[in-house]
Design a protein around this ligand. Structure first.
Ligand code: AMP
Length: 343
């Protein structure tokens, strides 16, 4: 059997190039996308500690607050300064952007990042976006999660995967693969997960922290979201809609929406599932998910979004009704014509 943990040559070279831009004594900021998820947060918490081993101080600066459900990832040694916004980014020697292929995913930090004296360094596994967030890129869509690339960075630079680093990387792998069920669950992904268990991760404890400790409001939000379920089984589409204000009703946050779109996706005959979330800004956040054979990236990019072939997102201007009908029209057309077919 091939050594699945061996770091592919192009990845190794990219990691070496990125590391050459870093020096002991530097202060580096780590940023990820709006509404950071398990991969964004886990990659940041792991990389901050790995950089510490190189004598580099890392601070986490995100465009939206660190999710409460992942607060435990920070421990008492990872410094999070998202509240300071762009000002914090202007104080550091270098910025590393994680889990983003398009600058606009940095939300309110994007304009600051465009104006920084030095380009950002990027570690990511998404399909390329319109405006890359930086120049020196460790970018590989075959990685199951950005965290797989952080694991490789540790290997290439000879850094130690301590238990808190292993837990952070494992959290990222579990969440980005839907609990090792999605198509990105590669043999290498499972081999990295096995190495993380060897490094001290307790999977039962991780399950309890990630999926077994959710606030009551999250489950009530799921109940109300499922009330809105609609399906067009002729085309194989199902969707749910979240009205503005519903999250507040349940004391819920964006992170509590994670996974809801899996319910419409789970219906027999559904090839494309959607979640529409009405925002107070007059926009609608759309989550696109698909089953094998359907490329939702091709649909999301029609609306200025992006992501992966089976999971993409877009932020679209208009009312909930308008956006829903435009997206559903495009989805029906794309499925009927074969324009969304892949592999
Ligand atoms: P989500 O539906 O927010 O869970 O996102 C699914 C995937 O699409 C993730 O990999 C995101 O990084 C990506 N994504 C979400 N929203 C956008 C957007 N507005 N533009 C580009 N990519 C996005």
């Amino acid at each position: 059997m091939t050594d699945l943990l061996a770091v592919p040559a192009t990845r190794r070279e990219a990691i070496t190039r990125l590391a050459a831009a870093l020096r002991p004594g530097m202060t580096v900021a780590l940023s990820t996308h709006v509404n950071a998820d398990g991969d964004g947060c886990g990659s940041q918490a792991a990389l901050a500690r790995l950089l510490g081993q190189l004598g580099i101080r890392a601070i986490v600066v995100n465009p939206t607050p660190w999710p409460e459900g992942f607060r435990w990832l920070l421990g008492d040694d990872v410094e999070e300064r998202s509240a300071d916004g762009g000002a914090a980014l202007r104080q550091v020697d270098r910025l590393i952007v994680l889990d983003i292929s398009d600058l606009k995913r940095l939300g309110n930090l994007a304009s600051t990042v465009r104006g920084l004296p030095q380009d950002a360094l990027v570690i990511d596994h998404h399909l390329p976006g319109e405006e890359p967030p930086g120049t020196v890129m460790v970018s590989d869509t075959s990685a199951c999660a950005t965290a797989e690339l952080i694991f490789d960075l540790a290997q290439v630079l000879g850094l130690a995967i301590t238990p808190p680093i292993a837990e952070a990387l494992y959290t990222a792998l579990v969440t980005d693969t839907g609990g090792f069920r999605f198509g990105n669950t590669s043999p290498r992904c499972l081999t990295v997960a096995a190495a993380l268990l060897q490094a001290g991760v307790n999977p039962e404890q991780m399950y309890a922290r990630i999926y077994g400790s959710v606030p009551l409001g999250r489950v009530r939000l799921l109940r109300d979201a499922l009330e809105t379920l609609e399906a067009d089984l002729e085309h194989g589409i199902a969707w749910v809609s979240i009205r503005e204000g519903l999250l507040e009703t349940h004391g819920a946050t964006s992170e509590d929406l994670d996974g809801i779109v899996e319910h419409p996706r789970s219906i027999a005959g559904v090839r494309l599932a959607l979640l529409f979330r009405e925002l107070p800004t007059g926009q609608v956040k759309v989550s696109f998910r698909s089953m094998a054979g359907v490329n939702v990236h091709a649909l999301a990019t029609q609306f200025g979004g992006g992501g992966h072939a089976r999971a993409s997102g877009a932020l679209i201007g208009g009312s909930l009704e308008e956006v829903r009908s435009r997206v559903l029209d495009a989805a029906r057309r794309g499925l009927a014509s074969g324009a969304l077919a892949d592999g």
